[in-house]
Ligand binder design. Structure first.
Ligand SMILES: *Cc1c(COP(=O)(O)O)cnc(C)c1O
Ligand SMILES: [Zn+2]
Length: 412
């Protein structure tokens, strides 16, 4: 790989070869990809990137794969939408929505899995696996189907039907585990030691997590090659949040944008908000919780990247908010009814936290703000079923229609 030097421990800095490993054998710190930014800077240009296909692989020089044999079925380069109606409702001036609902399996997880699958094939694996809160299951099963690999997909047994169907349709080996995500993850960590599989978010995690940077790259490119002033991101393990920040800073480092002054804001559901709690208590020590929220895609009680998410808040002079399940539902409805985007529960978390942060004065109403909508609502229909209007059920006659809407309508 031209710009990858290997892996490096985030804690002690020791270097390791580019292999499917994920923690430092000296200090147990997490490993991350170690790039040669000088050679990367010489290789990239706005012009070359702009001319490429509208997928996340347009940024291949900034990713840990060389782009050969890439598994890509149209992931990324999703719309950045100027949200004037929602901005007005919230009293903001320049608000954008990064709409990752429109990826092939309807969530941002396609980004991380596209990179992890490409690396898995490079390493010679024939089987993908994952511990999932739902969206990852769909994406891993789909990428395995597309790449002709086997897959073992582990989910908590109480998942929404839309996520079970959205994974099952690709015919992986689908294991519904009695327990929450943290139980599923513990089991998968044991299995990753025993089976020669590419667990995308365990032994492939250093590569997998780099896929999330592309959300930062795209937003900056779509804003005309500049970083936003403020970003609001839904958070589970904390990986996505930290990688958007990393992506923006890497763009500056290699000269694609001028500088980064983005303030990064964490959005969580109150029923699973260990990172927000630690932030409010001014500590970097995360107290794990037992998740209880309808935002199942964010229901991680013991977040792997929680510490780094807190650092990112601090380094970027950002903040954090958590909202109740009731507010999550209101957020989904507000987004749909102002901007026409039907998001899943994580989107409801983001929109209601955005609102909360504006009301508290933590977000600047006049600054360029991006809210990340990371998954589509069709997978979490249960969550809003009770909050929806009911169809007016009528006979197929003019009179029935008029009676139903309670007024005289002239048809002429
Ligand atoms: C997984 C997920 C997230 C957050 O993921 P991290 O674990 O924090 O990287 C956000 N939104 C949706 C819809 C997700 O599926
Ligand atoms: Zn180490």
């Amino acid at each position: 790989m031209p710009h990858v030097k290997g892996l490096r421990c985030r804690e002690c800095g020791r270097e390791f070869p580019e292999e499917p490993i994920f923690y430092c054998e000296y200090c147990f710190g997490p490993l991350e990809v170690n790039y040669d930014y000088e050679s990367m800077a010489r290789a990239v240009s706005r012009e070359a990137i702009s001319r490429r296909e509208p997928t996340l692989w347009r940024y291949k020089e900034l990713l840990p794969a060389d782009g050969e044999g890439t598994v890509d079925f149209g992931v990324g380069y999703t719309p950045l939408i100027r949200a004037n109606n929602l901005a007005k409702a919230l009293g903001m001036r320049e608000l954008y929505l990064k709409n990752d609902c429109v990826n092939p399996t309807y969530s941002f997880k396609d980004r991380v899995v596209s990179v992890a699958t490409t690396k898995a094939i490079e390493f010679g694996f024939d089987t993908l696996a994952c511990a999932s809160t739902g969206n990852l299951a769909c994406s891993v099963a789909a990428h395995a189907a597309k790449a002709g690999l086997s897959s073992y997909v582990f989910i908590p047994a109480d998942l929404e039907f839309g996520k079970i169907a959205g994974a099952a349709v690709y015919k992986p080996v689908l294991l519904a585990v009695d327990g929450n995500y943290d139980d599923v993850n513990r089991l998968c960590s044991q299995l990753a030691d025993q089976y020669p599989w590419a667990f995308v978010n365990i032994n492939m995690r250093p590569y997998y997590s780099e896929g999330s940077k592309t959300l930062g790259f795209e937003v900056a490119e779509q804003l005309g090659w500049r970083a936003p002033d403020q970003a609001v991101v839904p958070v589970a393990s904390g990986s996505l949040f930290t990688k958007i920040w990393k992506g923006l800073n890497e763009m500056a480092k290699v000269g694609l944008i001028d500088g980064v002054r983005t303030r990064m804001f964490v959005a969580q559901a109150q029923g699973s908000s260990p990172i927000v709690t630690a932030h409010e208590r001014h500590t970097f020590n995360i107290q794990p919780v037992k998740p209880n929220t309808i935002a199942k895609s964010l229901a991680i009680g013991n977040p792997a990247d929680g510490y780094y998410a807190l650092r990112t808040i601090k380094d970027s002079e950002g903040g954090a908010a958590a909202v109740s399940d009731e507010e999550v539902i209101k957020g989904i409805n507000l987004l749909a009814q102002t901007e026409g985007i039907y998001a899943e529960t994580a989107g409801g978390v983001t929109i209601s936290c955005l609102k909360r942060l504006v009301e508290r004065g933590e977000l600047d109403r006049d600054a360029v703000t991006v809210a990340f909508i990371t998954g589509a609502g069709y997978k979490t229909q249960e969550a809003i079923a009770d909050s929806l209007i009911k169809p007016l059920h009528i006979k197929p006659t003019l009179r029935a229609f008029q009676a139903a809407i309670g007024e005289n309508v002239r048809a002429d």
